[in-house]
Design a protein around this ligand. Structure first.
Ligand code: HEM
Length: 471
């Protein structure tokens, strides 16, 4: 092979588990190696020196790349100089613009400022009780399916968790009455779009400040049309008063009518609904899949989780109201997000020249914050590569600029509480009844293209716990 991927490290001993991660490179890769490596996985090309806090600047072709990897400098970028660094990189904007248009995730400037309060309000934590039942129903439906599986059959966990979180987010966004096949078309459309999208924009590195438009071809256009058609018909039904009152689309329309300013048109409503669906689906699904992998390899942690669920809920299924007492379950999710942040890189484009710490930043430079590197920095975390959910229970204060799975600053994920509660609740409902046993001898390898996923998925057997309560 022209440039092989670095080996994956995974270690177990006694009650310690170091989960799978790529071995840091011994020396800096050359340009060709950077390009080959980045297309394979965005988390594999780092030498040891990147796994400590600091800042680094280098060039790829004609573009300056600045890696910001310390809590103080991250604060400078995302808070102090938010206005200069709020813009997403051209790669990300170009890759997603056909699907999301001016949706919040890739917008900036006035559009972002106007839309952010609207979207943040409808996914806000005080609304969570409205969506709790949807989360519980969907997780219990998976429990029922798992309970009916023939003995020793295997499932693929990223797919299982993807179906679960897609059900939850599509009912929350589009309403409980969305027909199954319509929700499925949105899910299939999003996956097909991602497969047809190349996140590497050569034009940007060759000097085009806005990158080159991503030419998608027929398949990508078809995928996009499939998503847009379904969402527009849901929005139209809501506009005609036939939608599900209480869905996020319903809230978007009502808040928008009340806001007094220029009302959003059909395309803008569609873009925001598509954005919430995209942002809230795969992120939570991969978090859950990684959490199962970690729990399966740390039975001493699984014991705490099971005991805690039994104490809090006895034989009834956990609900949203139980979450304050499910502290181990939450800590497992928080530690999963530290080790495997679903969005491991946060790329920004400098609007104007600036200076970050000791580094002069050029106009239009790519400024990269990498939760993947920050969360594994040896000078910020004790045993950074170990799975230790206790670190979130011990009462030690975690620096909000050192732990950023949901980003930080004004662009922090507005669905943070939704995602955290959803993942914790789904884990608790399923862990009460089942254990997950990864396929023996299967090599887990984290890779990142858009989100951080286990390469080839996580095949596993679902085993009913002997003390499980009846459904
Ligand atoms: C574990 C689950 C989740 C994780 C790890 C996550 C992570 C993130 C991150 C890192 C960003 C910022 C990206 C950047 O700045 O480049 C983001 C933005 C966003 N997320 Fe989440 N997210 C999760 C769940 C959700 C959910 C459930 C929703 C909605 C219900 C949601 C809605 C959004 C939206 C709308 C944005 C764009 C915000 C803006 O640009 O102002 N996310 N998310």
């Amino acid at each position: 092979m022209l440039y092989p991927a670095p080996p994956t490290i995974e270690e177990r001993s006694g009650s310690e588990f170091i989960p799978a991660h790529p071995m840091p490179l011994r020396r800096d890769p050359n340009l060709l190696q950077i390009v080959i490596g980045a297309r394979r996985s965005l988390i594999e090309g780092w030498t040891e020196s990147y796994y400590r806090s600091g800042i680094d600047s280098f060039r790829i072709l004609r573009r300056q790349i600045v890696f910001v990897n310390s809590p103080e400098l991250i604060r400078y970028v995302v808070v102090t100089r938010h206005g200069n660094f709020e813009r997403k990189s051209p790669q990300m904007r170009r890759a997603l613009e056909a699907l999301l248009g001016d949706g919040l995730f890739i917008s900036d400037g006035e559009t972002w400022k106007r839309r952010r309060p609207l979207v943040a309000d409808i996914v806000h934590k005080r609304r969570l009780p409205e969506f709790g039942q949807t989360m519980e129903d969907a997780a219990l439906a998976v429990a029922e399916e798992w309970g009916a599986l023939p003995a020793r059959s295997e499932v693929e966990l990223t797919e299982e968790m993807g179906r679960l979180t897609a059900t939850i987010i599509s009912r929350a966004v589009f309403g409980k009455n969305i027909p199954r096949d319509a929700a499925q078309r949105v899910i299939d459309g999003f996956s097909a779009y991602q497969r047809q999208t190349d996140a590497f924009n050569l034009g940007y590195f060759l000097g085009a400040d806005d990158g080159w438009p991503a030419f998608g071809g027929k398949r990508r256009r078809r995928a996009m049309a499939m998503v847009h058609d379904v969402i527009e018909s849901v929005v139209n039904a809501h506009l005609a008063g036939e939608g599900d009152a209480g869905s996020m689309v319903d809230l978007l329309i009502r808040r928008n009518q009340k806001s007094g300013g220029e009302p959003l048109d059909l395309a803008a409503l569609r873009n925001e609904a598509a954005t919430i669906f995209m942002a809230g689906h795969e992120t939570t699904a991969t978090t859950l899949a990684w959490a199962w992998y970690l729990l399966a390899n740390a039975p001493w942690v699984a014991r705490h989780v099971h005991e805690e669920i039994e104490t809090a809920c006895g034989t009834r299924a956990p609900t949203l109201a139980d979450l304050p007492r499910l502290r181990w379950c939450r800590a497992v999710i928080q530690e999963t997000l530290r080790l495997y942040p679903p969005v491991p890189l946060l790329p920004r484009q400098a609007l104007e020249a600036d200076r970050i710490g000791p580094v002069d930043v050029e106009k239009s430079a790519l400024v990269m914050i990498a939760p993947w590197l920050l969360h594994r920095s040896v000078d910020l975390w004790e045993k950074p590569n170990h799975f230790l959910p206790e670190r979130f229970l011990s009462g030690t204060r975690i620096d909000p600029f050192a732990y950023i799975p949901f980003a930080v600053g004004p662009r922090i994920c507005p669905g943070m509480n939704f995602g955290l509660d959803e993942a914790t609740l789904c884990l608790a409902i399923l862990a009460q009844r089942f254990e997950v046993r990864p396929r023996e001898g299967y090599k887990v390898e984290p890779v990142c293209r858009l989100t951080l996923r286990p390469k080839g998925g996580l095949p596993a057997r679902i085993v009913a716990r002997s003390s499980r309560p009846p459904l």
